[in-house]
Design a protein around this ligand. Structure first.
Ligand code: ZN
Ligand code: ZN
Length: 625
């Protein structure tokens, strides 16, 4: 039985895999009862990637018990018991529960208390069904597979505790998790992927490769980019900037704080105040209030009402870019104006969620705001999509899709007229269609000020990551009274497009670390080449080679330790350096370098200048391994 009551229709939508997994939960319960007949079962639904069953039992189940339980489950699957659906009257079901027969192998001295409680929650008009396999009978709406033998391959994965119905006032139960697949091969593939994901975890690699650090004393969710991580970020920024330049963007810089008035005009304050750091107050004002004995509640109230001025750590860059646009006159000939900034913003995320780079409290958006005419919207959105496509393809993220977030026409939370919304939504839909990327439309997913496109990319191991957005905005130009002079000399309102296709550099780098498993292509790698002299006799030659590389702006270093060459190679491999140049007597005499690449291993000797040419091209063209 699932935790939350689903409608009969919703249950019918269970996929084949979900049926297998839910059926496996029944098999798990059957096996546990064969070992501990007194177990009291609650709910056992399929979940993402598997299933669980909640139970109450004095014996504390641990992973040490898994072998025994799994062996019993295998027997039950081998017995190929049919799943039989039995419709019973409410009275009959209650009688069986009172006899301890539900979620059980037969009558027991204690009633099936959770099943009894679940029964009470079933609406009068709903049919009550039991499912039986072998001796095991459960209160269950189904659906199931035909027989236990249809469960191809399964594995118990973990154990946790959970309150009955997720309510801390209820008894605490043991939750046994497992997963099941149609075939053994699919199960193995799933665990291989999990293993791979663990190896690629950006928090782990970030530490091992010294890319970034999060320090409790600095604050949770505030990322310190270490020198090697900073190189990755700078290269990425340079790459994005280059593409922005090609598309006619101009870069700007804006401060990290601004007056509350600005964010009142934009609507970011107090509308989104719960997700912002509290305002900063001028020292004089603060001192005066302290003298007057003003309470914190009073202070915050007066800030909110706008009775006193303060500053806000900026939660968004938009208002600053708007002020740049508004600071000069624009004619229709100047449009579109495209202002880009790697702009750092601050948001108050709940502390429970903060770990690596993908959820943070301060981050630098690859932000830009486009001010254009109504007619230019479609072309601009298409440009945004093409930019993203170019960058993702370069990074080898060839599989991506977009979600078009539309308004819910029944809701009143949106600003702007419905004609404006229709036009903006059409533009987004059209652009996605024209660029030819797979897209889905999602009702109710728009921002309050305009519809949007979200980017979702798939990495090399098939996981999906949500990146940034493109949003059309008819609201802020209105609030700030923006205008341009049209060809007939009238003043018109520009349309604004917000776009941060990769979300933030923190998040994007986190995703890239996992995508590449830390093995960045040469152009992004913090260290591109490591020179490895076989012995100290070749140190001089090694220094001249690495000096030559550094002169050509190639990020090279030399391992001058007295370690054996094998150890030097292993270390460089561990640190995922794309190229090693091994230098011994033969190389020195011939003025060559023996190339060892991270990808292919030993590639033989070439002249130092040949190697430089090769890596220069690789970096210039931003090639992948
Ligand atoms: Zn069931
Ligand atoms: Zn914006």
């Amino acid at each position: 039985m699932p935790d939350d009551r689903k409608t009969t229709e919703e249950r019918q939508r269970m996929t084949d895999l979900e049926r297998i997994r839910h059926s496996c939960a029944h098999v798990l319960a059957t096996a546990i009862l064969r070992i501990w007949p007194e177990a009291q079962f609650a709910a056992g639904p399929p979940v993402e990637n598997g299933f669980y069953y909640d139970l109450e039992l004095d014996h504390h189940i641990s992973s040490d018990d898994f072998d025994e339980i799994e062996a019993e489950m295998k027997k039950i699957i081998k017995e190929n018991q049919p799943f039989e659906r039995i419709v019973v009257s409410r009275d009959e079901a209650i009688r069986l529960a009172n006899e301890g027969q539900l979620g059980a192998l037969g009558p027991r001295p204690m009633p099936s208390k959770f099943k009894l409680d679940i029964l009470r929650g079933i609406p009068d008009e709903e049919e009550i069904s039991l499912y039986r396999n072998g001796d095991f009978t459960d209160l269950c709406a189904g659906p199931h597979v035909m027989r236990t033998g249809n469960i191809g391959a399964f594995k118990l994965t973990s154990i946790a505790s959970a309150y009955y119905k997720s309510d801390a006032n209820n008894p605490q139960l043991q939750r046994v998790y497992g997963t099941a697949f149609k075939t053994r091969a699919e199960l193995d593939h799933y665990f291989a992927l999990l293993e791979e994901a663990k190896k690629r975890d950006h928090r782990k690699l970030g530490r091992e490769l010294e890319l970034f650090h999060i320090d409790e004393e600095v604050g949770p969710g505030l990322v310190l980019w270490k020198p090697k991580g900073a190189i990755v970020r700078k290269e990425l920024q340079a790459f994005i900037s280059e593409e922005l330049g090609r598309q006619g963007y101009t870069e700007v810089f804006t401060p990290h704080i601004g007056k509350l008035t600005l964010f009142r005009t934009s609507g970011h304050y107090p509308y989104y105040r719960d997700s912002q750091f509290p305002p900063l107050i001028e020292p004089e004002t603060l001192a005066r209030f302290a003298e007057e004995g003003c309470s914190c509640a009073e202070l915050s109230n007066r800030l909110m009402k706008g009775e006193i001025e303060g500053y806000l750590l900026k939660p968004m860059n938009c208002p600053m870019h708007i002020k740049i646009y508004a600071s000069s006159q624009h004619s229709y000939r100047d449009l579109p104006v495209r202002l880009a900034e790697f702009g750092t913003v601050y948001r108050w995320e709940q502390s429970g969620e903060l770990g690596g780079m993908t959820r943070v409290r301060g981050f630098t958006q690859d932000d830009a705001h486009i001010f254009c005419t109504e007619e230019q919207v479609l072309g601009e959105i298409r440009g945004c999509l093409q930019l993203v496509l170019k960058i993702l393809n370069t990074l080898g993220m060839n599989s991506y899709r977009v979600r078009v977030g539309l308004r819910d026409t029944d809701s009143s939370k949106y600003v702007g007229t419905s004609e404006q919304w229709d036009r903006a939504e059409d533009a987004l839909r059209e652009s996605a269609k024209n660029v030819g990327v797979p897209f889905s439309e999602e009702i109710g997913e728009a921002a309050f000020y305009g519809p949007k496109i979200d980017f979702v990319v798939k990495d090399v191991i098939g996981r999906e990551w949500q990146l940034g957005t493109v949003q059309v905005d008819y609201n802020l130009p209105e609030r700030f009274g923006l205008s341009y002079v049209a060809s007939d000399n009238s003043a018109r309102r520009p349309v604004m497009i917000h776009r941060a296709p990769f979300g933030s550099l923190e998040r994007f780098c986190g995703v890239l670390i996992e995508h590449f498993g830390g093995s960045f292509p040469a152009w992004l790698a913090p260290e591109q080449v490591r020179v490895l002299p076989i012995s100290e006799k070749h140190l001089e030659y090694g220094r001249s080679v690495s000096g030559h590389l550094l002169d050509r702006n190639i990020r090279a270093s030399i391992d001058e330790s007295s370690d054996k060459i094998g150890a030097k190679i292993r270390l460089a491999q561990l640190q995922k350096v794309p190229y090693m140049l091994v230098l011994g007597a033969r190389e020195e005499q011939a003025g060559e370098v023996a190339v060892r690449s991270r990808k292919n291993g030993d590639e033989g000797a070439v002249s130092a200048s040949n190697f430089v040419e090769r890596i220069e091209m690789e970096v210039r063209e931003r090639q992948r391994d």
